[in-house]
Design a binder for this molecule. Structure first.
Ligand SMILES: Nc1ncnc2c1ncn2[C@@H]1O[C@H](COP(=O)(O)OP(=O)(O)OP(=O)(O)O)[C@@H](O)[C@H]1O
Ligand SMILES: [Mg+2]
Length: 256
């Protein structure tokens, strides 16, 4: 994988770009999200102010994916407020963030055409060289002519991440990017995440993989039943989590 293509300074990569306001801190206050009579996010308070990789952990159904969609502005809160450096979500703010879903969507066309579509939509250069440069960091340049529909799970995930990163986000949110990937593909995705961090991109990563969280996290937020139980520096979280719920989860015991 050619990481240099990623690290080489391009305008607009850092979290605080020249002329553009930083997006941090993220402040979430009293956030409620109800759907179908169910309270999915329950008076949630959350603050992320540090750069680097923030990992979100918590059991199935805790509300992790819904929370990402809320802070990215894809879902409208039932109540509460979300602000990025004091600003409410807008189309402009959303364009400065990337969100890669649990099952990323790719278009029914080649890998290269998927990348061209994303670059063109954003008004960025989208000739062959630009497409190759955007695919290279994910190790996908040689697959440009392949139909995206036949990609393996790991390749598809890397395409989705390369596509998001090519748009130079200040914040990149990843929802379980390595589920069902083998160790080599997981390592490739983790390298992309680490590279993004090295470029100054704020990463918010949902994972169930405790090893991955240990390898990547700068801080960990533990979510359970639609509430944040703690946001703790990673070293401390894994040794002595602040909440009983996180301790139970890390011990592999069932969380009720
Ligand atoms: N559109 C919806 N309508 C009704 N319920 C929903 C909707 N979206 C999510 N939920 C419910 O909200 C809860 C939280 O869902 P969410 O997908 O955020 O969980 P998660 O923490 O990401 O879990 P997992 O680890 O399994 O991905 C679940 O009980 C889910 O069934
Ligand atoms: Mg989820």
């Amino acid at each position: 994988m050619d990481e240099r293509a990623f690290i080489s300074p391009r305008p607009g990569q850092a979290a605080a770009r020249g002329g553009e306001r930083p997006l941090l801190p993220l402040d979430v206050s009293g956030l409620v999200y109800e759907k179908g009579g169910q309270r999915i996010i329950d008076a949630l308070d959350w603050r992320l102010s540090s750069p680097g990789i923030s990992v979100i952990m918590g059991p199935n159904g805790a509300g992790k994916s819904v929370l990402l969609r809320l802070v990215h502005g894809l879902l409208r809160p039932t109540a509460g407020t979300i602000s990025w450096n004091g600003q409410a979500m807008s189309d402009d703010l959303r364009r400065r963030q990337g969100l890669v879903f649990q099952s990323p969507v790719v278009l029914r066309r080649t890998v290269g055409a998927n990348m061209r579509f994303a670059l063109k939509l954003r008004g960025l250069p989208h000739d062959g060289a630009a497409i190759a440069a955007a695919l290279a960091p994910a190790g996908l340049a040689a697959l440009a002519a392949r139909p995206a529909g036949v990609l393996s799970g790991g390749e598809r995930q890397r395409l989705a991440m390369a596509r998001a990163l090519a748009l130079s986000p200040q914040v990149l949110m990843l929802d379980e990017p390595t589920v069902s990937l083998d160790p080599a593909s997981t390592a490739a995705v983790e390298a992309l995440v680490a590279t993004a961090r090295g470029r100054g991109v704020k990463v918010i990563l949902v994972t169930h993989d405790i090893g991955q969280a240990r390898r990547l996290a700068d801080d960990v937020t533990f979510l359970h039943r639609g509430r944040v139980f703690e946001t703790t520096p990673a070293a401390k979280f894994f040794n002595e989590p602040a909440s009983e719920a996180a301790r139970t989860y890390l011990d592999g015991r069932i969380l009720l």
